[in-house]
Design a binder for this molecule. Structure first.
Ligand code: UDP
Ligand code: MG
Length: 323
């Protein structure tokens, strides 16, 4: 230990939700890889309120390998929260975040680490292909990424959560108080000297993807609105369009009246009522959504609640509720 004391520490953060089958493999593959490469490391699993035996699997790994630690959430708070909890726990000089199902190939960690050694502070994993997906999923992902790329001004079409961050970048991210932090976009948004590493998304070996259509839609809406006020501006645009239509219709109705053919206007009135009514409802909905988001942020609740720790320096008196 004495002669390695100066060697930098690499923290590996793995969010895990119902991954009892993936945890042992991830832990063993990553530890073996980093030991072989002679990189001082710690591996941190964040159990995001799993309903299966993920926590037992993490405890087993932590007791058999001193580099492995675990944090358990009191319930499922979502992958973003798990990533931020991992960043808060990590003590390394640099931190790698990757999926516990190893769809992000661990060998690439070495490439990322070497880029970090060369002075890059953010190393982004870029998907060279999106792996196996249904055409619907691909289409939805494309739409979401083109919207979010426009909102952030960063090309996100091949972005992933597989990243290596320098301590400076990690501290910058942790200092951001927003509750609905979108890790993938924020870690690009903070800037710093950035390098990219391409990787092929691997097939999932155990378990299944945790994303349902509902959760993906929620993910898209939450992250879009946290990065962009465009939907609010869309309301103004809609208002303008409706205004132009009403001017045209107004002139037309006047013309009808003046030429003595005014009585036949009921269909127009009904249509106008419906159109304007629904546009107003949609707009109120959008505004309501943003108001709800402001309310959420202002309540200042923690991003996640930690219920348990295991392994490593677990009992270091760390606050139970990391913000
Ligand atoms: N995950 C999580 N909390 C959740 C959903 C997923 O921590 O609520 C983790 C999951 O265990 C995995 C990673 O996020 O390590 C990616 O999830 P998944 O493989 O289901 O997504 P996909 O690869 O299909 O995008
Ligand atoms: Mg996966």
């Amino acid at each position: 230990m004495q002669d390695t004391i100066k060697q930098p520490l690499l923290s590996v953060v793995l969010p895990a939700y119902n991954e009892e089958a993936s945890v042992p493999r991830a832990s063993q593959v990553i530890c073996a890889l980093l030991e072989q490469a002679n990189i001082r490391h710690e591996v941190i699993f964040i159990d995001d309120g799993s309903k299966d035996k993920t926590w037992n699997a993490i405890e087993t790994q932590a007791s058999s390998c001193p580099q492995v630690r675990g944090v358990r959430f009191s319930r499922n708070f979502g992958k973003e929260a798990a990533i931020f909890a991992g960043l808060a726990q990590a003590q390394g000089d640099c931190v790698v975040v990757l999926d516990c199902d190893l769809q992000h190939p661990p060998e690439k960690i070495l490439e990322m680490y070497h880029l970090w050694e060369q002075g890059y502070q953010v190393v982004e994993g870029i998907k060279s292909s999106r792996g196996k997906e249904s055409p619907m999923h691909t289409l939805a992902a494309k739409t979401f990424y083109s919207l979010i790329s426009n909102a952030t001004g960063i090309d996100m079409s091949r972005a992933s959560d597989f990243k290596l961050l320098d301590r400076r970048a990690v501290d910058t991210l942790l200092a951001m108080r927003e509750k609905n932090a979108f890790f993938r976009a924020l870690s690009s948004w903070i800037g710093f000297s950035t390098a990219q590493v391409e990787f092929e998304v691997q097939p999932r070996l155990e378990g299944e993807s945790k994303w349902s259509i509902r959760s993906l839609t929620k993910y898209a809406v939450v992250n879009l609105t946290s990065f962009s006020a465009a939907p609010l501006q869309l309301i103004t645009l809609l208002g303008l369009v409706v205004f132009v239509c009403s001017v045209v219709l107004g002139f037309w109705s006047l013309w009808q009246k003046l030429s003595g053919r005014a009585l036949e206007g009921f269909t127009t009135v009904i249509l106008l009522q419906l159109i304007i009514g629904s546009v107003l409802m949609i707009c109120l909905g959008i505004i309501g959504y943003y108001v709800a988001r402001i309310y959420e942020e202002i309540k200042d609740r923690p991003r996640y609640i930690v219920a348990d720790h295991c392994g490593g320096a677990a009992d270091d008196g760390q606050a139970e509720t990391d913000l």
